[in-house]
Design a protein around this ligand. Structure first.
Ligand SMILES: Cc1ncc(COP(=O)(O)O)c(C=O)c1O
Length: 407
């Protein structure tokens, strides 16, 4: 469909994430629509995924001290050396990955800029890029901005959790596959890709000589005995993988937008070349604060433990309310099928949920290519966040418990 307004790549971006209204105007994202609905109706907002409690005071104080100490001018484009060193040390300590902080680590404005710069630097018009589906919208939007074609490999609900359809992934690959974009732990499904799934992806990447961009912003937020495994640590993958992460989710400072990209020097040089003309640099006083806390695994460990309990609370509440729940192994999110409650359309349900139950959620179809088979099969699924205080979640679940009677 043609969008009303000046012609340009923004139109492909809007189309890639389903922002075309029936009259050809640009629709607000479903996230913006649902958050506005929450404000308007006073409903509990379990749609948007940001914590309602900040990270540690000591980290805030470190940022304040950095401002007072005059760290208020441009930071180096690559990021301050302390932070690049802290990221390299983090990757070594947690995953055994050895990185040169001078050439193999690049600080970015959140993971978002790291992903955007990686795609824009390395993907050309005519290339194909494989993403998972459902996908985080930034992945699809940036592929569209690069003029490339997005091909998807679905995650499918199986025995109460989402798993990668490996056969579909293999079928999605072609001689034109330039890049594979992953996200693990995965938003919105909460899936943490297993070693076998990652090995299958790695095999496709090697066979097609594709670059892998892996979005690992929830790397610390995994539950039970599940382990997060970066694909860059698999054989033959270091030289073709850009690992993107950020401090936002790990330390509950999503507004600071301190992220980073790690990878081999030749790929990082390509990403840096583009990144320096996007923001160049940002967050000067926040960078030392994050550098100071990145060595402390206790903060994310405590957050993951508390999130696991809140995940259980929400999974139990949704199940009791009549939803079919896919139990997440990581992230801030749980997805649930509302068809068991008689709701076939998640968009319609989310629009009515504030009135029906005083709660806001987002439809999983917003993370799919409009009209795709995965979009169709997940139409009745909705996503709830559990990164809210327990009392808020308890009240949300209490309200949802009456949903069946009210439909
Ligand atoms: C999968 C995924 N990647 C990236 C981001 C954005 O990260 P940042 O705020 O560091 O740009 C989010 C935020 O919701 C996310 O869910």
């Amino acid at each position: 469909m043609t969008l009303v307004g000046p012609s340009g790549p923004w139109q492909s971006v809007a189309r890639s994430v389903g922002l075309t209204a029936p009259d050809g105007t640009v629709a607000a994202t479903i996230f913006a629509e649902m958050s506005a609905l929450a404000v308007r109706t006073g409903a509990i907002n379990l749609g948007q995924g940001f914590p309602d409690v900040d990270g540690p005071d000591s980290v805030k104080e470190a940022a304040v001290a950095a401002i007072r100490a005059g760290r208020n001018q441009y930071a180096p484009g690559d990021g301050i050396p302390e932070l690049r060193e802290a990221v390299a040390a983090h990757q070594q300590r947690r995953y055994g990955m050895t990185l040169d902080p001078a050439t193999e680590v690049l600080v970015s404005t959140g993971a978002t800029e790291g992903i955007a710069a990686s795609i824009l630097a390395l993907v050309s018009p005519g290339d194909e890029v494989i993403t998972l589906e459902p996908f985080y919208d930034v992945h699809a939007a940036c592929v569209a901005l690069a003029g490339a074609t997005q091909v998807t490999a679905p995650l499918v609900p199986r025995d109460g959790a989402f798993r990668l359809d490996v056969a579909a992934l293999r079928a999605a690959a072609s001689p034109r596959t330039r890049m594979i974009i992953l996200n693990t732990p995965h938003n919105p499904t909460g899936a943490v890709l297993t070693r076998a799934e990652l090995e299958a992806i790695a095999a496709v990447a090697r066979e097609r000589d594709a670059i892998v961009v892996t979005d690992e912003v929830y790397e610390h937020l995994v539950f039970d005995d599940v382990a997060h495994l970066p694909i860059a640590t698999l054989p033959g993958m270091r030289e073709r993988t850009l690992t993107v992460s950020s401090s936002g989710k790990t330390f509950s400072f999503t507004g600071w937008k301190i992220g980073w990209v790690c990878g081999p020097a030749d790929l990082i040089t390509a990403v840096r070349t583009v990144k320096q003309f996007l923001t160049f640099t940002s967050g000067a006083p926040f960078q030392p604060a994050i550098a100071g806390v990145l060595g402390d695994d206790d903060v994310p460990r405590a957050l993951a433990a508390s999130l696991a309990g809140r995940r259980d609370l929400v999974c139990d509440g949704l199940t009791a309310a009549g939803f079919d729940v896919a139990v997440p192994a990581g992230t801030y999110f749980v997805t649930a099928d509302a068809s068991s409650l008689g709701f076939d359309d998640g968009v319609d349900l989310c629009r009515r949920l504030p009135e029906l139950a005083g709660v806001v959620a987002v439809p999983v179809s917003a993370f799919c290519t409009p009209g795709s088979p995965t979009w169709e099969s997940l139409r009745s699924w909705v996503r709830f966040t559990f990164v809210k205080e327990r009392a808020t979640l308890e009240e949300g679940m209490r309200r949802l418990s009456g949903l069946r009677a009210r439909r």
